[in-house]
Design a protein around this ligand. Structure first.
Ligand code: ADP
Length: 203
């Protein structure tokens, strides 16, 4: 079972590419969704995150409010590190379970981990060795990403701040086994994903 880490800067087209990999037969795991699950009531990292960041990240029901978490860590590397020190191991533990299940099931040949955060941390790198062994990066220039993000509802300032908080194209590219340029049409993106798929699974 081949495990691929798929990443890209916000607005580059990572999720769109992941959907195409899914159509081609990959089992896609939305790692960002697992990140939300571990913070939800009863989630693996719920208590540890409250311990790390304090009760100010809770809503009136006593549940973690992700907007408050985001506000708490934004632009504060020490707070972000404190959050990730507990959330990332929890996400990796969940990934470990899911990948183990998929391997036992024997049906998935290619698993794609759809993950915005890859270059920034050890997310998706598992002690068991079951984590990703190939990295696919979706890239697009900021001038192309900005209007996409604005169309998705962010203001230009929000979009720029989100981009600035992520790894750079160069950092992602340094880790990439395959780079998909998504500065053309959606059809061209699908074709580029198809080519990478061929390289991953062979003829
Ligand atoms: P990411 O997951 O990298 O943040 P998405 O895949 O969600 O990016 O794409 C961001 C937005 O841009 C989405 O609304 C998506 O439909 C759109 N999009 C992606 N690729 C293209 C493309 N080649 N042409 C036009 N719009 C695109």
């Amino acid at each position: 079972m081949l495990v691929v880490g798929l990443t890209g800067g916000i607005g580059a087209g990572k999720s769109t590419a992941a959907a195409r990999f899914g159509e081609l037969g990959a089992h896609v795991i939305d790692v960002d969704a697992i990140g939300r699950e571990v913070l939800a009531p009863g989630g693996r990292a719920e208590q540890a995150v409250v311990d790390a960041l304090g009760p100010e990240v809770l809503d009136e029901q006593g549940h973690i409010d992700r907007a408050k978490v985001a506000a708490e860590v934004f632009g504060r590397p020490d707070r972000l590190a404190a959050l990730e020190a507990v959330s990332h191991p929890a996400i990796n533990a969940e990934l470990e379970l899911r990948l183990q299940e998929l391997a036992d099931g024997g049906e998935a040949q290619v698993v794609v981990l759809d993950m915005a955060v890859l270059a920034e941390s050890r997310l998706g790198q598992l002690d068991s060795g079951r984590g990703y062994t190939q990295v696919v990066v979706v890239e697009a220039p900021e001038a192309v990403r900005l209007p996409r993000l604005i169309q998705r509802g962010l203001t230009e300032d929000q979009a720029r701040a989100r981009m600035a908080s992520q790894a750079t194209d160069a950092q992602r590219r340094a880790l990439a086994d395959h780079v998909i340029a998504n500065d053309g049409s959606p059809t061209e993106l699908a074709a580029a994903v198809d080519r990478v798929w061929q390289q991953l699974v062979g003829p």
